[in-house]
Design a protein. Structure first.
Length: 122
């Protein structure tokens, strides 16, 4: 039978491209073809590609990568993000103060209108 994808080193054959790509990343294939030696971690440190956080175990790094949403660019921009956050907080405080003043004025105005209505109705 003729196969579309054939790895003679591993004696692996398939017609499915997805299975072929999965085979190319297996330990068996990497070991047989000699790529596994280049990918071994001799320092026993595993680093997140997104935030450069180091882990002692491959498993710990893998779990971290699943939830990590930080990139190197995000880390370099952290100062500007902090500055923008400070501005937003200051603006929020200013808006709250303005809102409180507005509510005081509206309450005062409503009280005056109610007094005026009650005075005219008597």
């Amino acid at each position: 039978m003729e196969f579309k994808y054939d790895c003679s080193d591993c004696s692996y054959h398939t017609n499915n491209q997805r299975d072929w790509h999965r085979h190319l990343s297996t330990i068996k294939h990497l070991t047989v073809t000699g790529f596994a030696e280049n990918n071994t971690n001799k320092d026993n440190k595993y680093v997140c590609d997104k935030c450069s956080k180091e882990y002692k175990s491959k498993n710990g790094c893998w779990y971290h990568k699943k939830i990590c949403g930080t990139t190197q660019d995000d880390l370099s921009d952290s100062d500007s993000i902090k500055q923008m956050l400070d501005i937003v907080v200051k603006n929020n405080n200013r808006m709250q103060h303005m809102h409180n003043e507005y509510m005081k004025n509206m309450t005062s105005l409503i009280n005056k209108v109610e007094y005026s209505i009650s005075k005219n109705s008597c």
